[in-house]
Ligand binder design. Sequence first.
Ligand SMILES: Cc1cc2nc3c(=O)[nH]c(=O)nc-3n(C[C@H](O)[C@H](O)[C@H](O)COP(=O)(O)OP(=O)(O)OC[C@H]3O[C@@H](n4cnc5c(N)ncnc54)[C@H](O)[C@@H]3O)c2cc1C
Length: 413
Amino acid sequence: MSATVLVLGAGMVGTCTAIHLAMRGHSVVLADRRAPGEETSYGNAGLIQQEAVEPYAFPREAAKLLRVAFKRGIDVNYHAAALPGLAGPLARYWQASGPAHYPAIAQAYARFIAQAIPEHAPLIAAAGADDLVQRTGYRWVFREQATMDEALARAERLHRDYGVQHLAMDAGALAAAEPALKLRLAGAIHWPQPWAVADPGALVARYAAHFARLGGRIVQADATTLRAQGSGWAVQTSDGQLDAEHAVVALGPWADTLLRPLGYRLPLFVKRGYHRHYQGGPVPTMPWLDADRGLVVAPMQRGVRVTTGAEFAPRDAAATPRQMAGAEAAARELLDLPQPVEAEPWRGARPCTPDMLPVVGPAPRHRGLWFNFGHAHQGFTLGPASGRLLAELIAGEAPLVDPAPYAPARFDA
Ligand SMILES: Cc1cc2nc3c(=O)[nH]c(=O)nc-3n(C[C@H](O)[C@H](O)[C@H](O)COP(=O)(O)OP(=O)(O)OC[C@H]3O[C@@H](n4cnc5c(N)ncnc54)[C@H](O)[C@@H]3O)c2cc1C
């Protein structure tokens, strides 16, 4: 039966949820304080990661932990003052990354990730967004032979366990394939299956335009005005109060801001990240992960986008220049990057959960309230699959994947 549904948050996840609800005949309003796709879903590396079948685990080897603790690399940074507040979620993250829990988590994640490209493909076609998408994969490039050998062993395991494809490239093959590369590196792993998007925010905007063509409405609203109203929900929008039978929280790293006043204390945290574009130099043929330094360089419409790894800090704390400065210096060793485009780097926050799985499903203690957030490193990848899954749960249809691992109730002690 068709219903009125309010989707709060027009990032990749909320926009795709709105599309799947509209496709099922519901009357859907997509609400955001900004235009669609202007926050985390704008600033990422633009990869639709079919190879990312195992989520990012908390490092458990002493050498890696010490490297992070003493800030010897740039792939991970942290604000010391934030650590006491993060201790609870990080302890759970560490535990979930161990041998007792991680294999089952990875199995669930792999089943979800397998749906990523099959679910993006029809939306890209319907949204007329083919011009934004390159389907040639991406490369992990290696400075050290030892790191490459370790990554190759893992790539072979991912092939055996999940069918993920890869191609090993030695130093000569990499140099020939990537004329923009300045250094002679040890080699690369080419993952041919992922897709690369040249303007991630623009893809969300195209999906939102497709949603509007399906009859959906896009409004400006502050999601924190959401209140229970009769048997449903109401929110204040720029067009006045809007009532709906169902409300979906798809606020990415801001989900907590809305949920705490409703009485939910989910163990959410963020891994912040930065990017900056550069113009005027030669461009890689596809995105590269500098595997020994932990940054991505991606050819994009605004220039070559350099993105950083993870920073453990409060979502809204002031930017710290260390990680982006280090990423820029490392990227400059690989590529000529003459002119930065932005005066200051962009900063965003990956919305994370301790068990590395997103939160998708009914709110445990409120009828008609639904959650779809916490997609961490792969929300741009998973948006369409996650949007479909939630729309199926609301409609009572057979779900695309088993929803049990993603159920919000798993955190509602
Ligand atoms: C540096 C970096 C690189 C990344 N690279 C990749 C990648 O290559 N591939 C990949 O799959 N993922 C990547 N990610 C992760 C990915 O970007 C996120 O998981 C994803 O964008 C989350 O989408 P979302 O829709 O949940 O959140 P968002 O895109 O943040 O959307 C949330 C929306 O809520 C709105 N909002 C917030 N508060 C309110 C309010 N009070 N009222 C109204 N609206 C509100 C915001 O305006 C925003 O539009 C990367 C992330 C970072 C930081």
